[in-house]
Design a binder for this molecule. Structure first.
Ligand code: CP
Length: 300
């Protein structure tokens, strides 16, 4: 593949290939070895929105594979002088970057860049649209705990409307045959939920017997006022607590893409508890990004 723009665009075979490659990359990571798989690659991270996990893990992933990795600081770049997106990415291509990892607040920006330059383009999150490497690391983590996702009950609870993580996971999990249950306040459910083969229900029904419970961050920075009465009220109904999680399967894993609003999406007791795989998700983020960097080829 040349680019990774979204999970929507991937067929199930390629999705599984990336997840398998990520497993191999996790073994490389765990062995503390470095490879030369990307030794001829010049990768640039261009993050117009803040990030800890995604930006750092793309950097370490690229370096582990022998790539040259640059983190472009948008706030000190010529973007602040008014340079437009097209001119910025053409400049990066002319400098010699062959892979652009981009995060932007506007949906569709990675697609625009992929049409504008011959570089490989990897979407590190575009507006509310998709965050494909997050969903891949989520699915990789699930597969580390369960042999297959087919027939597994996955509960996704929280701010679906503003969540690109939710969108990418909905595409991926339904392609891999999981039974997905969604729970969110009506004001935080997108109209597009109707096109997915998922059940929208209460937190209690979503969690009951679930193998996997994923909560999503309340994206207050993207939210118009008035969508929830208060974070405290939201936490009472949709926050994961001991009583709610007791309804899940006893071997259920608890996931969150991070960063977590402790005490809102889940209590600290659940986040730091033995069923939580939140830190495993972060580690698998490096493995997945190694796989994606290795597999994206622009043939230039
Ligand atoms: N999950 C995620 O995308 O986290 P960052 O914003 O820290 O990259």
């Amino acid at each position: 593949m040349k680019d990774l723009l979204g999970i929507k665009d991937l067929d199930g075979v390629l999705l599984k290939e990336i997840l398998d490659e990520a497993k191999k990359m996790r073994a490389v990571m765990d062995s503390k070895k470095r490879t030369q798989d990307c030794k001829h690659k010049n990768v640039v991270n261009v993050f117009y929105e803040n990030s800890t996990r995604t930006a750092m893990s793309f950097e370490i992933a690229g370096k582990t594979l022998g790539a040259t990795v640059t983190n472009m600081s948008v706030s000190t770049s010529s973007v602040t002088k008014g340079e437009n997106m097209f001119d910025t990415v053409k400049t990066l291509e002319s400098i010699g970057y062959d892979t652009i990892v981009v995060r932007h607040g506007m949906a569709g920006v990675p697609y625009f860049i992929a049409k504008s330059v011959s570089c490989s383009v990897i979407n590190a999150g575009d507006g509310r649209n998709e965050h494909p490497t997050q969903a891949l690391l989520d699915m990789r983590t699930m597969l580390d705990h369960f042999k297959t996702l087919k027939g597994l009950k996955v509960a996704i609870i929280g701010d679906i409307a503003h969540s690109r993580v939710a969108m990418s996971n909905l595409y991926g999990l339904t392609k891999l045959g999981a039974d997905v249950y969604i729970s969110a306040p009506n004001t935080l459910l997108p109209h597009s939920i109707e096109k997915f083969p998922v059940k929208v229900t209460t937190p209690q029904e979503a969690v009951k017997g679930a193998n996997i419970v994923m909560t999503l961050r309340l994206q207050l920075e993207r939210m118009a006022s008035g969508l929830i009465s208060s974070t405290g009220q939201y936490a009472k109904v949709y926050g994961l607590c001991k009583e709610l999680i007791l309804q899940a399967d006893k071997n259920a894993i608890i996931m969150h893409p991070g960063p977590v609003n402790r005490g809102i999406e889940m209590t600290s007791e659940i986040l730091d508890g033995h069923n939580s795989v939140v830190n495993e998700q972060v580690t698998n983020g490096v493995a997945v990004r190694m796989a994606v960097l290795k597999m994206c080829k622009n043939n230039a």
